[in-house]
Write a protein that binds this ligand. Sequence first.
Ligand code: CAA
Length: 385
Amino acid sequence: MAFEVYQLPEEHQAIRAAVRELCDAKVAPNAAEADEAAEFPQASYDALRASEFHAPHIPVEYGGAGADALATAIVIEEVARACVSTSLIPAVNKLGTMPLLLGASDELKDRYLPPVARGEAMFSYCLSEPEAGSDAGGMTTKAVRDGDDYVINGAKRWITNAGVSDYYTVFAVTEPGIGTRGISAFVVEKADPGVSFGAPEKKLGIKASPTREVYFDNVRIPASRMIGGPGEGFKIAMQTLDHTRVTIAAQAVGVAQGALDVARGYVRERQQFGKPIADFQGVQFMIADMGMKLEAARQLTYAAAARSERGDADLTYFGAAAKCFASDAAMEITTDAVQLLGGYGYTRDFPVERMMRDAKITQIYEGTNQVQRIVMARQLLKGIV
Ligand code: CAA
């Protein structure tokens, strides 16, 4: 029995080292300023693009780097360790394009994936609405067939990278009255007449990642822009989230690692009562718990990523479990990091307060952790896991 069986392949370790080096040099230095200004981190995006880490999951046949799900998770984890807002670039490029990879015609994939791979366009995902968040199937945005076109009307909310992205996967009701089976998915372009955006949301964290509403006012698009068949949209949306909840778990692991790194450096340096506070057992217990929770979150995330890559039947469960566990762990770890830094941790002189604010969203988006528990329970009770 080979002992290397249960460890990251060398290739993945090399990817981690490369992303970490890049992010230490070119992403982390921009993070505080981008947060403070609440501005899209263009310099960090440029750095990711130059190294093909902006959308690493795009297959080679569409001009991408062809990273598998585990490698993509590692990229997102390492970017999040430096700047969670920036990590939403590769994460949401995956979220927006996953519906195409799962269900689109070759024509749509050939047209829309290469520009993302080249870093010329970003892709956002439009599922949630003002009145349809956890109940995604309760959406009211409509797409009505008119000759060779569909005409879309409605509003989507909480759309990450809205306004910056050129392309949008939009879920809309094409057959009212039959619930989730009447929802279809489309590609809409920012340039399509009738597309507009709301004001940027003023958020607690991930401030450098723009979140806006997207409005569709008689947006006419060719029927060939439908992803999959009529009525397949909700299933495609859910299957997408099965894969991409793993990337949110990776973000959570990354920001937690970032906070632990800062905290352990600080407690070794900070002197109180005549010695480093790391010498106090109460501090050691906190550091130990942080490290333990982080590693458990990472292992579950990588286990889910492997299932995402293989397309295993239990991915729905593992994606939800990894996202839920890792984001709860990240909230605890980043909060403890602030605690360990005391008054300094509560200021913007250190990055842990930003990390704590940024960690919070990982418990909320791509389905709240309460929704993840519903998903997990259903899978367990059906006997799928
Ligand atoms: N894979 C394949 N099919 C699935 C599926 C999955 N994972 N989950 C559900 N389905 C199918 C079901 O089999 C069912 O199909 P049939 O009609 O053929 O039987 C259909 O979809 C409806 O399923 P449910 O009855 O389970 O649907 P529901 O209305 O009870 O909803 C839910 C279930 C889990 C609560 C779902 O609505 C959900 O995940 N809600 C949260 C939404 C969410 O995560 N939103 C985040 C938006 S992305 C984001 O955050 C934006 C950003 O920019 C970061």
